[in-house]
Design a protein around this ligand. Structure first.
Ligand SMILES: Nc1ncnc2c1ncn2[C@@H]1O[C@H](COP(=O)(O)OP(=O)(O)OP(=O)(O)O)[C@@H](O)[C@H]1O
Length: 508
């Protein structure tokens, strides 16, 4: 297949506003891609090829050669060239890489060059929009989207899953298994405005678990080897020796467990989130840090024990196995109830103990890896959302010369953009103001007017607010009440920010 065909589909997807239309364009192309090319086509269309993987910096992409007039480059040729660029290492690699990039671009038309520039720059995202590519793979292969999604959470790389689906349909998809040592996307929680609504959503009776404000961990063990991954699937094994030791102390030598690590004070109350976060992110002198700020380990789910995949079992069944595998001291405190009054008391107690709130879990739900559904519903006394900064306004008075008032957006998986929910400058410290002004100027995407700087939607910020009210003034028909900034979330990408649907679930 020619690269230009992929480029044209990419452009058509960008131009088409409706989700079904986007899926249609992608599926049509996938339906006729050759066997050896499916993985490449999906990778390119999903923008799954940021420059850091290929090792091409912006400087290498300056002064590119003149484009060709006729499009003759095939996907396989382009990919072979990218693989060669990626393989360059050692002395003089910068110049060698530059020469190879030049050769690659010399064979492309201007339309193809523009596409490759965006792809290598990590700016091509349309195919990665929530689920669009998954559904296109499903449509083109005739397999149910649920099977594609499941295989993806187990394999973690859509191009490989898509290629398997196109080649072998449902059978190939069902052959993907949970592997010890390879992280799977963790199950996520939906939201509810209060405990009664959460019970309602999860289905009473449900399990109410403490929501600990620490770092999500997925621990894998094969005999004496343990590896630990974060929610973003980063390997943090060396930073959390307490967890490694806890896992090695368990009776089973073949495990995948899900849980949270958190720094607790001697009186058992949690340290502020930043204390846990900085402890877990420090790679140096872990032994000394560990003495000063020990981490406590709380498991709340079992994905695999003694070689058996547990993902499709119900929460209740998985808890049974977890309880037989992990001692009580390492389990997240919980209460199973259908009684709203009892649930509310449990909630009040956990908040009094300094924790974040509860995660209310359906007893019958399987482990829906990578998904946010009604199986798990979080409730917090203080509402918070992770939103994306869309623009910022120049401040006045004490904040003169600083970009201050933030325009906040929730992700819109349907439309692929962000929906603005309100503005705030509350909660910003002088330090944050200085930092964000600098970042926004780097991310500036052309000023909207003299007071406002529009930024590329990349920074995720955690916002506290008192509630969501209906408001015709904002495009989503709702606005946040008394929004204030809690912290930036450098651990989250804009694609992981909260969605309009989550915000809607908080309207009372
Ligand atoms: N008992 C628990 N069960 C599940 N998740 C828990 C529990 N206790 C704490 N957590 C944390 O809560 C998160 C679940 O909420 P969610 O999926 O919305 O992630 P999040 O967006 O990081 O949420 P938040 O910012 O509210 O912590 C998990 O990723 C995990 O880190």
């Amino acid at each position: 297949m020619l690269l230009i065909e992929v480029v044209r589909v990419s452009e058509a997807v960008t131009r088409t506003p409706a989700r079904l239309g986007k899926i249609g364009h992608l599926a049509e192309l996938l339906g006729r891609v050759g066997a050896g090319e499916a993985e490449i086509a999906i990778a390119y269309l999903s923008g799954e090829l940021p420059q850091r993987q290929i090792g091409v910096g912006w400087r290498t992409l300056q002064d590119l050669p003149q484009p060709r007039l006729a499009a003759t480059a095939t996907l396989a040729e382009v990919d072979a060239r990218l693989t060669a660029i990626k393989a360059v290492s050692g002395q003089g690699s910068q110049a060698a890489r530059r020469a190879l990039v030049n050769e690659l671009f010399a064979g492309l038309t201007s339309q193809e060059q523009a596409f490759m520039l965006r792809l290598l720059g990590g700016e091509l995202r349309q195919g990665a929009l929530d689920g669009v590519m998954i559904e296109a793979v499903a449509k083109a292969s005739g397999a149910p989207a649920a099977d594609v999604r499941r295989a993806l959470t187990l394999r973690g790389w859509l191009p490989a899953v898509g290629a398997a689906a196109l080649a072998g349909g449902v059978t190939a998809l069902r052959a993907f298994k949970l592997e010890v040592g390879r992280a799977v996307s963790p199950m996520l929680a939906g939201s509810a405005p209060n405990v009664a609504a959460a019970l309602d959503k999860a289905g009473a009776p449900a399990a109410l678990e403490w929501k600990l404000d620490g770092i999500r961990v997925q621990a894998h063990r094969a005999d004496d080897e343990v590896r630990v991954f974060t929610r973003a699937l980063e390997d943090i094994t060396s930073q959390v020796p307490e967890l490694v030791e806890a896992v090695l102390g368990l009776p089973s030598g073949d495990l995948v467990l899900d849980g949270e690590v958190i720094a607790l004070r001697p009186d058992g109350r949690p340290h502020p989130f930043q204390v846990t976060a900085s402890r877990v992110s420090s790679k140096l002198d872990v032994a000394r840090l560990r003495e000063r700020t020990p981490l406590s380990v709380f498991f709340f789910d079992a994905l695999r024990v003694d070689g058996a995949d547990l993902l499709d079992l119900s929460y209740d069944e998985r808890q049974g196995i977890l309880g037989r595998t992990v001692p009580a001291a390492l389990l997240t405190p919980r209460l199973v109830t259908g009684d709203v009054a009892q649930a509310e008391t449990f909630f009040t107690d956990v908040v009094k103990a300094g924790h974040e709130g509860l995660v209310v879990k359906s007893l019958s739900s399987p482990y829906a890896a990578g998904r946010r559904g009604a199986g798990w519903v979080k409730v917090k006394p203080r509402h918070t959302l992770d939103l994306v900064v869309l623009a910022a306004e120049w401040g006045h008075g004490r904040r003169e010369g600083k970009l201050s008032n933030l325009h906040l957006g929730a992700r819109d998986p349907e439309g692929g953009g962000f929906v603005m929910l309100g503005k705030t400058f509350k909660g910003l410290t002088d330090e944050l103001l200085a930092w964000q002004t600098e970042r926004f100027l780097e991310l500036a995407d052309g000023p909207a007017d003299a007071w406002t700087v529009t930024v590329r939607p990349e920074l995720v910020v955690e916002i506290a607010f008192d509630g969501v009210q209906r408001s015709p003034r904002y495009p989503g028909g709702m606005a946040l009440r008394f929004a204030r900034v809690l912290r930036y979330r450098p651990d989250k990408r804009a694609e992981e920010a909260d969605t309009v649907e989550t915000v809607r679930s908080l309207v009372l």
